[in-house]
Design a protein around this ligand. Structure first.
Ligand SMILES: [Zn+2]
Length: 421
């Protein structure tokens, strides 16, 4: 008896298809993800959850040898094949305040207040860690066009890494995007599609994914469950870098939080390290939010996880333009629960004062980053156990309009003698 030739297997002379990406599973209910839109069963329960790939096995690796960045340990990333890189990651840890409140001096034991300066990334924000991995995932999935819906930082980063990977890039925005970010997206060769508001922006993005099959590097449903589950693995490298430089002296890590992709990624990175025996304890994670849009703070004020998962707040515009969600993404809550963490809502006047204080110390961050530093400064002064590390997610050059003129510049053309007082 003979069987017909099995054409699907090919004859071995054809080039193989794109390498396979590992499946994503919901960290809340365990369901396999069918696409990149978040967990459908959890969404039906009213909870936005972002499925993740299996955790990486870091056993046998040496933290002392970790060079930094998402590709520092390629085996920790979910994407096979050559990396897409512009030199992202390996960002500096800057001392802001010593353990006794001394200005700028780091304690000999590594305690005190520190800034992880993500503005040093190629496009000026932490998003580069994710978009490097996301662009590689898109290529591995066989995509020719990637899409992102973004208020700015993610769009600029997606444009850069798509270009680096040789992929076409379409960015969906509104006209509220700050001018420098518009310029950055345009200069990087992306097609920028402007819609009148966030709802219209998200609808256009969804159509691009569902009708044209373009590859999403950010969320495309509302409320957002979080960004691309493969790309977000790049954020684990923030945890690896902190663990390499601080070890068990890292007591608290404060993260400016919106959709919690960064917060959740840092939490996964620390847990992988502890699982492999490379870290003795998990640092406490803190979600820092502007007081006008603080769903994590509102959630943790409730009793019981079922209540916390379903919180919704009314978001108001703030100078922290890249923050401002109305619901707490579940994986962010999970990161806080697992690390005995907390959330802090910072009033606008407090984080703008922090923004000026940072500038006076030579550090120009976007206001969203100052939210985390302001929260971290308060925690450091409570004599926390170990170093308090704030994540400064982006350079201040991203959004100059909200801070221009906030400093001590003299208006007009003063007589120089007036400046000598
Ligand atoms: Zn689920």
């Amino acid at each position: 008896m003979t069987s017909p030739p099995d054409r699907a297997r090919g004859n071995g002379s054809r080039p193989s298809g794109p390498p396979k990406l590992p499946p994503l599973h919901c960290p809340r209910c365990g369901a396999a993800a069918e696409d990149l839109s978040g967990c459908a069963p959890c969404r039906a329960e009213g909870v936005g959850v972002n499925p993740v790939p299996p955790p990486a096995d870091l056993s046998g690796l040496s933290l002392a040898d970790f060079p930094g960045g998402p590709w520092g340990w390629p085996s920790a990333m979910p994407v096979p094949g050559p990396p897409v890189t512009l030199g992202e990651g390996a960002t500096p840890h800057l001392a802001l305040e010593g353990p006794n409140g001394s200005n700028g001096a780091d304690g000999a034991d590594g305690t005190g207040l520190w800034l992880k300066y993500e503005g040093a990334n190629p496009t000026g924000s932490h998003k580069d860690r994710a978009m490097a991995v996301g662009a590689a995932a898109a290529r591995a999935a066989g995509a020719d066009t990637v899409v992102a819906a973004s208020s700015g930082n993610a769009g600029a980063s997606a444009a850069a890494y798509a270009a680096r990977a040789g992929l076409r890039c379409v960015i969906f925005t509104t006209d509220r995007v700050p001018g420098p970010l518009r310029a950055q997206i345009d200069a990087l060769g992306a097609i920028r599609v402007v819609r009148r508001d966030l709802a219209a922006r998200n609808a256009a993005m969804r159509e691009a994914v569902e009708r044209f099959g373009w590859y999403p590097l950010t969320s495309f449903v509302a409320p957002s469950p979080g960004g691309n589950g493969y790309a977000n693995e790049g954020y684990k490298s923030v945890a690896y870098e902190i663990a390499r430089d601080f070890g068990d002296r890292a007591g608290t890590v404060v993260v400016p939080t919106s959709r919690a992709d960064l917060l959740a990624g840092i939490g996964r990175g620390f847990r992988e390290l502890r699982e492999a025996g490379l870290l003795g304890r998990l640092p406490r994670l803190v979600a820092a939010e502007p007081a006008g849009a603080a769903p994590f703070t509102a959630a943790l004020a409730r009793a019981g996880r079922a209540e916390q998962e379903r919180v919704r707040v009314a978001s108001v515009p703030s100078p922290a333009f890249s923050l401002g969600e109305e619901t707490p993404c579940w994986q962010g809550l999970d990161a806080l629960w697992r690390s005995d963490g907390s959330a802090v809502a910072v009033p606008t006047e407090d984080f703008m004062a922090e923004h000026r204080a940072l500038g006076a110390g030579g550090i120009f961050l976007e206001p969203s980053s100052a939210v985390a530093v302001a929260a971290a400064r308060g925690l450091a002064r409570e004599h926390r156990d170990g170093a308090v590390i704030a994540i400064g997610t982006a350079t201040g050059l991203k959004d100059t309009a909200s801070v221009a003129g906030a400093g001590a510049a003299a208006a007009g053309l003063p007589e120089l003698a007036e400046l000598t007082a």
